[in-house]
Design a binder for this molecule. Structure first.
Ligand SMILES: Cc1cc2nc3c(=O)[nH]c(=O)nc-3n(C[C@H](O)[C@H](O)[C@H](O)COP(=O)(O)O)c2cc1C
Length: 176
């Protein structure tokens, strides 16, 4: 069974990005993909530090995060739009993942800004990590959610199913 890590980069508790990620997680599970959702606000990784990396002196949570990162068949990055870009919580996690995901599959999603700016920028990051990115992205705005920050827009729910279907297809085609 394929394994996918979902990184969620919002700094807000009970965020819409988190709810979006949970919807993506369920859709991937319906495709028989095993998932692990990592709420980076809760994990609180330290800032990337090359000295720690070079001396293999990681703290336990960073070491554990990196160990799991190396065991997955792909990732999904879900970010809020911060300053027309993706969040630093997500970037910190990605910087610690200072290795190649050669041939592994990546999906991206963002919340806020009514704009694909964040996921477009993430595509450049994905290239640097040698991910194979799926073409479908999911970008939401506040109107797609109810007052409890639950995703309710049926068009987005349908898009997430399409995203998961495409993701599963890419895993079958590209994963070793
Ligand atoms: C530091 C920061 C920068 C932001 N920059 C933008 C922005 O450039 N454009 C925008 O439309 N919204 C911006 N926002 C608003 C967020 O996109 C919005 O709060 C969104 O709901 C956050 O998603 P979340 O609920 O998943 O945390 C910013 C919010 C923060 C905290």
């Amino acid at each position: 069974m394929s394994k996918v890590m979902i990184l969620v980069g919002s700094g807000t508790e009970n965020s819409r990005s988190l709810n979006l990620a949970q919807n993506i997680e369920k859709a991937l599970q319906r495709q028989n993909i095993k998932t692990e959702l990592v709420d980076l606000r809760i994990l609180q990784l330290p800032q990337y530090d090359a000295t720690v990396e070079n001396t293999d002196s990681y703290d336990d949570k960073t070491r554990n995060f990196l160990k799991k990162s190396k065991q997955v068949d792909g990732c999904v990055w879900v970010t809020p739009v911060y300053h027309n870009s993706y969040s630093s919580l997500l970037k910190t996690a990605i910087d610690w993942q200072h290795f190649s995901f050669d041939g592994k599959v990546l999906g991206t999603a963002s919340h806020g800004g009514q704009s694909p700016a964040a996921v477009d920028q993430l595509l450049m990051v994905a290239r640097a990590q040698h991910f194979v990115s799926i073409p479908t992205r999911v970008c939401t705005h506040n109107n797609d959610f109810d007052d409890d920050k639950r995703l309710t827009n049926p068009a987005i729910v349908e898009r997430i199913d399409h995203f998961a279907n495409e993701y599963s297809d890419f895993i079958k085609r590209f994963s070793n």
